[in-house]
Design a protein around this ligand. Sequence first.
Ligand code: NAD
Ligand code: MLT
Length: 308
Amino acid sequence: MFRVLVSDAISEEGLAPLRASAHIDIVQKNVSEAEEQLHTFDALLVRSATKVTEELLEKMPNLQIIGRAGVGVDNIDVDAATKRGIVVINAPNGNTISAAEHTFAMMAALVRRIPQAHISVKSREWNRSAFVGNELFGKKLGIIGFGRIGSEVAKRARAFGMSVHVYDPFLTKDRAEKLGVSIHSLDEVLASADIITVHTPLTKETRGLLGTDNLAKTKKGVYLVNCARGGIIDEQALIPFLENGHVAGVALDVFEQEPPGDHPLLSFDNVIVTPHLGASTVEAQLNVATQVAEELLHFFEGRPVTSS
Ligand code: NAD
Ligand code: MLT
């Protein structure tokens, strides 16, 4: 019998392939609730809330595989897991469309000031002149990081009549042409874009990618969107650019610390926020759960796993 600890909220329907196996025992508890049993599990399934640290791995000597129902593996100490011979798998494309749609929704909400107008009408005001926005049509969208999500955002932007300028060192000319976008250096994207959205992973190279120096290279009145990972835009560096009006507005789904607590960025009227909802759709959660559940089954059956 393989014992699987599911320690975060993961789509029940997606877990069905695991439940169907007579050889798999699933326990749904968070890590503290399962404290006394941690040593008994062969597999751990997480989303974002569980931090899979070296300390946790020490308490799980039987662990063979960790599955993350999402794209990044940044809440997992992959080096510590690898040292112990534990396989780490994820679901790299199950939430791509949801994350791209959320990015687009945030971008549209940002330039039309929808959250601010919503709060105003709910407060029984009717102040049409206070919420004059901008069109997306005809604007230059700068996309930094053109993988699965960045390219889906580009398709939607093209449909809205935007021109798309991309910076991604790994993007080929062929692929760019196929998607109707143009390749540029980072400095060119920074200098030309009306709206910049980031879609890279958070790495040593991308942490603080939009910091003081690069923010200073952007156009006055630029809008910024981060629905990828907190820290790609340096939150502290952003503050003076909002204070002096250089940055017209920011949409954030992700933060350096989640939850962000009483963060100074939350006090700006032109900073709109969501609590890391990019992948929070029924469809994406079913996709990612099904993807990791199937991979886990393959692993237990001794078949190759593909998403690690
Ligand atoms: P991906 O791996 O398909 O694409 C990432 C792209 O970034 C690649 O094309 C890569 O070449 C590029 N890149 C890497 N380093 C770069 C750099 N220094 N400069 C420019 N480009 C660089 O990943 P994806 O599936 O598109 O996901 C992108 C990000 O979105 C990840 O951080 C992921 O964790 C995050 N994400 C967030 C949510 C959410 O809920 N908000 C949901 C899904 C994914
Ligand atoms: C991911 O990495 O897939 C996203 O950030 C979504 C999530 O954490 O659920």
